[in-house]
Design a protein around this ligand. Structure first.
Ligand SMILES: [Zn+2]
Length: 216
């Protein structure tokens, strides 16, 4: 099983695919958000330094995050990993490459979940949620409620999510595109980049990813 760096624009279903890799293939899920929370909870000197920055609303320097990734990769030795949400910048990608070399990890692939802005917007505008926690999408046959506007699970009326504001979504999508291009070039040059079209069902996407991670 190849190690995976998973990159996706908002609304591409990254969380769902990461979960499939963890549950079906035994991947270790590495998320920078989780690593930051862990180190802050540990009370170490580095954790304190990071906590001070976050509490002050400042960005955490890349240089502080690299040791977290490196430690994590050392502790999971041998297990395939999926890096979710890291790297986000070219600087991070370059340092990540150095860390992987230091740890002799060469067997990895970068998977971009590819979704056009138009398709992403459609997904977002079709999202409905229920106060019981279940979510739906009227544009996806697998995720549609059986009865229009009503939760399958509890029968309550479905509503649109507050953060599904289309303008802010468009902004997030465009920021992602701008930041991701140099990272994709970096991995393209190293022959590591695979693109998976995600304007399909969850099972079809998972099938394509499975082919990539099991391919020699
Ligand atoms: Zn419900």
């Amino acid at each position: 099983m190849k190690n995976v760096i998973l990159i996706a624009p908002p609304a591409a279903g990254k969380g769902t695919q990461a979960e499939i890799l963890v549950n079906d293939f035994g991947y270790e899920h590495i998320s920078m958000g989780d690593l930051l929370r862990e180190v802050m909870a540990s009370g170490s000197a580095l954790g304190q330094e990071i906590k001070t920055l976050i509490d002050a609303g400042k960005l955490v320097d890349d240089e502080l995050t690299f040791p977290l990734i490196k430690n994590k990769l050392q502790t999971i030795q041998g297990k395939p990993f999926i890096s979710d949400g890291f790297p986000r910048t070219l600087n991070q990608a370059q340092h990540f490459e150095t860390i992987l070399k230091e740890l002799n990890i060469t067997d990895y692939v970068v998977i971009l979940l590819n979704l056009s802005e138009e398709a992403a917007l459609k997904r977002i505008s079709g999202r409905l949620i229920c106060s019981c926690g279940k979510s739906y999408n009227i544009y996806n046959d697998n995720l549609k409620p059986k009865q229009e506007g009503i939760c399958d699970k509890c029968g309550q009326a479905l509503v649109k999510r507050d953060d599904d504001n289309l303008t802010s979504f468009q902004q997030r999508y465009e920021i992602f595109q701008t930041n991701i291009e140099p990272i994709l070039d970096f991995y393209r040059q190293r022959n590591k980049l695979q693109i998976v079209d995600v304007d399909r069902s969850v099972a079809e996407i998972a099938g394509s990813i499975k082919e990539i991670i099991t391919h020699d």
